[in-house]
Design a protein around this ligand. Sequence first.
Ligand SMILES: [Zn+2]
Length: 547
Amino acid sequence: MKKYILQVCLLFSAYAVAQPVMPMRTLPLVPLPNEYKASYEDVFVLTNQTKIVMMSDLFRPELELLQSRLKTAYDLDLPVVKVLPSDGNYIIITQPESETGKPEDYDLNVNQNQVLLNAEGNAGLFYALQSLFQLLPLEKSAELKIPCVTIHDSPRYQWRGMHLDCCRHFFTKDEVKKYVDYLAMYKFNTFHWHLTDDQGWRIEIKKYPLLTSVGSMRKETLIGKLAYDKNGKPMPSADKYDGTAYGGFYTQEDIREVVAYAKSKYITIVPEIEMPGHSLAALAAYPQYSCTGGPFETWTRWGQTDDVYCAGNDETFTFIQDILSEVMDLFPGKYIHIGGDECPKDRWKACPKCQKRIADEHLKNEEELQSYFITRVEKFVNSKGRQVIGWDEILEGGLAPNAAVMSWRGTAGGIAAAKQKHYVVMTPGKPCYFDHYQSKDKTKEPLAIGGYNPLDSVYAYDPTPRSLSADEKKYILGAQGNVWTEYIVNFASVEYMALPRMAALSEVLWTQPEKKNYKDFVKRLKMHSAVLDKMNVNYAKHFVKEK
Ligand SMILES: [Zn+2]
């Protein structure tokens, strides 16, 4: 009997070898699914006779999303049934038979008779739909063909983030929602919303109305770059300003609307409220929380201001806690970003209150005063059941006990934090800052802050440093692309700088590294860009010329 089985096995393997190997069909899927097989010839044909089989009410939101897409794109109203039809083809939405504990995983299996969408959680089913939508025909044609494919998919990282600075330039609520749409299309799950900075306070806080009535406006904006003399010394007299008042903010109602919109796409928003530096717009409104007492104006230029929150004044902390209380009411996510970056210490050095705090708390220096500041705010945020995350400067003077770190000045901060068993999100300037140039020929590009960060560099990134041990690697939550907007003046420019680098990053975060291939990515991106064209997205087109 054993011998017989062996013979049969050999027969099958010989048969398998004899078959011509079909080349894998390239489909316009971004990010690339982790397990995927596509047939060259077979298709599922979508008609107005196709039924949708829905066995569980859990996926009602995703069913509605599918129905609305089929209606708007192809004018199809497909009947929804609860049992498998005896004839005709169908789309079936199911859950796995046993629990997987992985709500973002999904299966998408298309054969000639059925499209199967299978997931344990809503997020997974939402991602199955995003993949299906990338495979649907762009136009309403006579035959709506979907290529046959077998996908089993699972994300590599749990923090798949994109950031947007709405302070240096302001983007409307509807533009922010559009940005969220792009994130959803590429299966990102985190949106880091930069809401306060020296150049503008963008979130309504009911207890402190001057934050928006004063802090959301600046009287004018720097034109081009700051002026320097031949020796590299700043020449403020040569700086040029546009003379036009600029501002904008989101009401709490706007914020709730955007949070709910993102939630419907399984995206958590991490709000950023900057402290102790990058706070000049707040101090323009409430100068009593600075070291000098002001007066100040919302900043009109780029770079760092010397004026920061006074760390020696207890009322500063009351002010910040009141603000964070309203922020935490608006944003239900686990993490609150409290900035912590680029805080000059000159004012603290000269401030009697700050110096008294250093003496009273037995702190060594101003770096430890920054650590005291962050730790005190963290204690408050933790008391509300939330966690703080901050830029890697929060490591200086000692990391607050529970803080997560966003590593932006390279990866050293992230590595140090992971070794201290703190969670880390990697956002090193290269290649995670999407405000850098996309081409070496800067004369052909819109003015940018500097640097060179092309698509292939973003694609090649691996967020998990090799120097970490297996245990330390568990602290790397994922990575994030940051879009700082000093030189990004409108939403079309946001699209140009963010796309397609965001698409490349999505594959870094979703697809296992051994399955990634840049040439294959570019090939898929060229196909997928038809979707962006259809959506009228102003994406950068350098990749079109790549082979
Ligand atoms: Zn002070």
